[in-house]
Design a protein around this ligand. Structure first.
Ligand code: UD1
Ligand code: CA
Length: 465
């Protein structure tokens, strides 16, 4: 799709009172992605050349989410018409097709946006608008047509202003439009706030166009759920479940197995290869990708994490991590930002890794913390080993060469370097660099008092009798 000559305004300034939240509505997330971001990305996928986002309520939280668009502030939230009007300056001189998209309807598809543009262009209409027949029309604006359902659109009436007859209409305004820009701004100048909510309604321009004898065309959405708006937490959960099903189905069709699609939650930008297997209770969010033949789950959450082919990721939380081909994680591994498991490496049970490279075939199998560490290939880290990378003020690096063997329960006090093939005795506290090929021991020498325990034991038996 290529609509580089089209501009889009995304409405995202409203508070969303019914969310009962300190966070502005459009910043709430569906499958790890803020509502407004879904809409921006749909517009981008439709090839829209120019995107303007109207922010207002909670703008300091919303603006950073849409940095790649032109951000315009609507100082007072006086309604959707007022929100569009606040873009007049940013669009000065623009005479093309102008989309207006609701920032609180995340599941809109690029194809639908494209269809709206085509419908407006086909008859050079003043406006095209998307309509739908939701299962529950409560809260939506109703489409009033001339006499029959096939006749032309006359106007849109908001639920709060509707007569009982109008409220009984089932065709609703989805909140997506494509306008002729100059005609829109001219009509916006005539919109007033004489209505139940005392707001400037964008929907009023439809009536004004019809009165002027200009063409208004309606495009009916195939599935109303695609254009459902989020106005409450209940709708947020409903839309999330619908998005989950839609995304999961597409992955399964492309060759991904899911034992339990109902507990598998995948964000819209996640990439999965064929023959990936997902076990129950898995969340894959952000820019995560998983390569062919890898198994993820059960109980795993991966965010912005790249997993190669043939990996096993069991009960793992990974954030901004990289796991190369054939590597294994978990059960109960925690990979924090900058963790990189090279090919066939292992982060085992109760292992936390941060900002560290675990070299090819190296293993950290049990109960370890590895932070700010560069580890070579073929290393074995004994159970309970930790890098002491933080002295309370600064973080320091640990460097471990190839084929090093670290005995269990070792503390590596950074900054410290362990040379290739070195061996560290179990229970060591390593504070100095270890040379290649050397054995290092850093623990108290063991002493023994012969017969002491037996004597002690006899004493106890005597005392009790
Ligand atoms: C709007 C439509 C309604 C439609 C519904 C579809 C109007 C008057 N009504 O109603 O016909 O059925 O969407 O979802 O347009 N916003 C601003 N500035 C404002 C007010 C709102 O930017 O001053 C933004 C909101 O953040 C939101 C969008 O516009 O993203 C829609 O606003 P909302 O208050 O949710 O409108 P609805 O009552 O849902
Ligand atoms: Ca809404």
């Amino acid at each position: 799709m290529q609509h580089s000559d089209v501009a889009a305004i995304i409405l995202a300034a409203g508070e969303g009172v019914r969310m009962k939240s300190k966070k502005p509505k459009v910043a709430h997330e569906v499958l790890g992605k803020p509502l407004v971001r879904w809409v921006v990305d749909a517009a981008k996928a439709a090839g829209i050349g120019r995107i303007i986002t109207v922010v207002g309520h909670g703008k300091e939280q919303v603006a950073p989410l849409v940095e790649d668009t032109t951000v315009v502030e609507q100082v007072q939230q006086r309604g959707t018409a007022d929100a569009v009007r606040s873009c007049a300056e940013a669009l000065a001189g623009f005479t093309g097709a102008l989309l207006v998209l609701s920032g609180d309807c995340p599941l809109i598809e690029p194809e639908t946006i494209s269809a709206l543009i085509d419908a407006q262009r086909e008859v050079d209409a003043a406006a095209s608008l998307l309509t739908m027949e939701p299962a529950d029309p409560t809260g939506y604006g109703r489409i009033v047509r001339e006499d029959s359902a096939r006749a032309g659109v006359l106007r849109i009436v908001e639920q709060k202003d509707a007569t009982p007859e109008e409220a009984a209409l089932t065709e609703c305004n989805a909140g997506f439009y494509c306008f002729d820009a100059p005609l829109l701004f001219e009509a916006l100048g005539r919109v007033d706030a004489n209505n139940a909510q005392g707001e400037f309604y964008l929907t009023d321009v439809v009536r004004l166009f019809v009165e002027d004898g200009r063409a208004v065309v309606a495009v009916k959405a195939q599935d109303a759920r695609e254009c459902s708006g989020v106005n409450s937490r209940i709708q947020l959960a409903e839309i999330t479940a619908f998005a989950r099903d839609r995304i999961n189905r597409a992955h399964m069709e492309a060759g991904v197995s899911m034992m339990d699609p109902l507990t598998t939650w995948i964000g819209p930008d996640v990439r999965l290869s064929a023959d990936v297997e997902l076990l129950p209770e898995v969340m894959l969010f952000g820019s995560t990708s998983v390569g062919e033949g890898s198994v993820v789950g059960p109980f795993s959450r991966l965010v912005d994490t790249q997993v190669g082919c043939g990996c096993t990721i069991d009960e793992t939380v990974a954030i901004e991590a990289q796991v190369d081909d054939g590597a294994t994680c978990g059960p109960r591994a925690y990979l924090r930002p900058g963790a990189h498991l090279c090919k066939r490496a292992k982060a085992g049970t109760h292992v936390e890794i941060k900002k560290s490279t675990i070299g090819e075939g190296s293993k950290v199998p049990h109960l370890s913390y590895i932070g700010d560490c560069t580890m070579g290939a073929g290393v074995n880290i004994g159970a309970g080993t930790i890098t002491c990378n933080y002295d309370g003020t600064r973080k320091s690096p640990t460097v471990i060469g190839d084929e090093v063997f670290v005995g269990s329960d070792t503390m590596l006090v950074a900054p410290v370097t362990v040379g290739d093939r070195a061996l560290i005795g179990a229970g060591s506290c390593i504070t100095q660099d270890v040379d290649a090929g050397a054995l290092a021991l850093g623990r108290a020498r063991q002493t023994q008092i012969d017969g002491w325990a037996d004597k002690h034991h006899q004493h106890d038996v005597a005392a009790k009798s």
